[in-house]
Design a protein around this ligand. Structure first.
Ligand SMILES: *[C@@H]1O[C@H](CO)[C@@H](O)[C@H](O)[C@H]1NC(C)=O
Ligand SMILES: *[C@@H]1O[C@H](CO)[C@@H](O)[C@H](O)[C@H]1NC(C)=O
Length: 334
C-alpha cells in the first residue's frame, strides 16, 4: 500500500491548485489566504486525474459518466460526487474560484502548479492554505477489498501509512507551507460499499445500534487517532506553522445517527447505485457504470452519493464543520 500512497502523493504533486492569486479574479480582502492547494485521493479529486488520461482511461473512470456532476455542474466534472466536493466548498468560502473544468491548457496548468511549489516563493506559500489528504482511504480499500486482508491485518499497516502522511506534511513545511489541513478518513464501517460486502447475517453482532460495522470503524478510528496524535506532534515541532486536523469521521457518523437533523433519509443507501435494498450498492454496477446510470429522486436528501463518497449536501456540512469548527482542530477560519 506504500506504492498506492506514494502514487497518490506523486499524482498530487502534479497538483490540484484549486485557486491561486494569479487566477483569482475577485475579492482580495475577503480571505487571509493567497491560494488553496489540495492534495488527496478521490475525496479531493477536482479533475486532475482526468487531465492526463486518454479516452479509454477516461471511459474507465466512472466519475466521467452521468449522473456524476448532475447537481452542480450539470454534467460529469471528474469529481466523485453529484456536485462539489469538500475542497470546492472550502475554496468558495475563501473567495477562490473552483478549479476550471477540463481544458486543453491542462498541461500548462500543471507546469504552473509545479513552479508554484518548487519556485522561490516562500512568502506566497506562507499565506497559502494546503489541504493534505485525506490519505489512507485508498490504502485501506486496497487492503480490505483487493488483498482481502482482515481489519487486524490492516491495523498493522496503519503506522506505515501515518508515517508516509507525516513525511508528506514535513516536506510541505520544508517547501514553505505554513497553513496545513490534514484530514482523516470516513467511517469505513458506515459506507454502503463495505456494508454491502461484509455486513451479512453471520456477523450481525458486529453492527452497532445505528447499523455501522464496529470492526471496520475501529480500523478507521485507529487510523484517525494515530493521525491526530501525529498532527499534534508536528504542531509542537513546527511552531511557525498552523497544522490542523480535520475530521470526517465524527461528522459523518453524526449524520448516520441523526440523518433527519441534516435533512437526510436512508443514510446507508447509495443515491446512485444498483441492486436496491438497504444499501443500493452493487460493486459490479457502481454509479456511472451500465446498470447504474440514474440517481435517486433527491440527492440533496442523501448522505451517500455513490455508496463510497458523500453527497454534495454532506460535503457542504463537512466543509462548514472544518471552516468554523468543531470538526477541525483548530478550525480553518478560527
Ligand atoms: C469582498 O469581501 C468583503 C468582505 O467579506 C465584502 O464585504 C464585499 O462585499 C466583497 N466584495 C465583492 C466584490 O465580492
Ligand atoms: C490509453 O493508455 C493505455 C495505457 O494506460 C494504453 O494501453 C492504451 O492503448 C491507450 N489507448 C489509446 C486509445 O490511446
Amino acid at each position: 500500500m506504500m506504492r498506492y500512497l506514494s502514487l497518490a502523493l506523486l499524482a498530487s504533486l502534479i497538483a490540484a491548485v484549486v485557486g491561486s492569486g494569479s487566477s483569482r479574479s475577485t475579492n482580495i480582502t475577503m480571505t487571509k489566504y493567497n491560494a488553496l492547494f489540495g492534495f488527496g485521493d478521490s475525496m479531493t479529486e477536482t479533475g486532475n486525474i482526468c487531465l492526463g488520461s486518454n479516452s479509454t482511461e477516461l471511459d474507465a473512470l466512472t466519475c466521467t459518466h452521468p449522473p456524476y456532476g448532475m447537481t452542480y455542474f450539470g454534467k460529469p466534472s471528474c469529481r466523485w460526487c453529484n456536485g462539489r466536493v469538500v475542497i470546492d466548498f472550502t475554496a468558495q468560502a475563501l473567495g477562490f474560484p473552483l478549479l476550471p473544468p477540463l481544458k486543453s491548457q491542462g498541461k500548462d496548468f500543471r507546469r504552473g502548479a509545479n513552479m508554484a511549489i518548487t519556485g522561490d516563493c516562500k512568502e506566497f506559500l506562507k499565506k497559502s492554505l494546503f489541504q493534505f489528504g485525506g490519505f489512507g482511504g485508498n490504502d485501506y480499500n486496497v487492503q480490505l477489498l483487493e488483498l482481502a486482508l482482515t481489519v487486524q491485518q490492516g491495523m498493522k499497516n496503519t503506522p506505515m501509512i501515518i508515517n508516509a502522511i507525516v513525511i508528506g506534511v514535513e516536506r510541505l513545511i520544508a517547501l514553505g507551507a505554513r497553513q496545513i489541513v490534514v484530514p482523516g478518513i470516513l467511517p469505513t464501517g458506515c459506507l454502503p460499499l463495505f456494508l454491502s460486502l461484509f455486513a451479512s447475517s453471520s456477523n450481525e453482532a458486529d453492527l452497532d445500534q445505528y447499523g455501522c460495522m464496529r470492526s471496520y470503524n475501529r480500523l478507521t478510528e485507529y487510523h484517525n487517532t494515530m493521525l491526530q496524535k501525529q498532527v499534534e506532534i508536528l504542531q509542537r515541532k513546527h511552531r511557525s506553522a498552523r497544522i490542523m486536523y480535520a475530521d470526517y469521521y465524527q461528522l459523518y457518523y453524526q449524520m448516520v445517527q441523526q440523518p433527519q437533523k441534516f435533512g437526510f433519509s436512508n443514510p446507508f443507501e447509495a443515491c446512485c447505485g444498483a441492486g436496491g435494498g438497504k444499501y443500493n450498492f452493487d460493486i459490479t454496477k457502481r454509479c456511472g457504470m451500465p446498470g447504474a446510470t440514474t440517481a435517486c429522486r433527491d440527492p440533496s436528501a442523501r448522505l451517500s452519493w455513490d455508496g463510497i463518497h458523500p453527497s454534495e449536501a454532506a460535503n457542504k456540512f463537512i466543509s462548514d464543520g472544518w471552516l468554523h469548527g468543531p470538526y477541525c482542530t483548530p478550525p480553518i477560519l478560527g
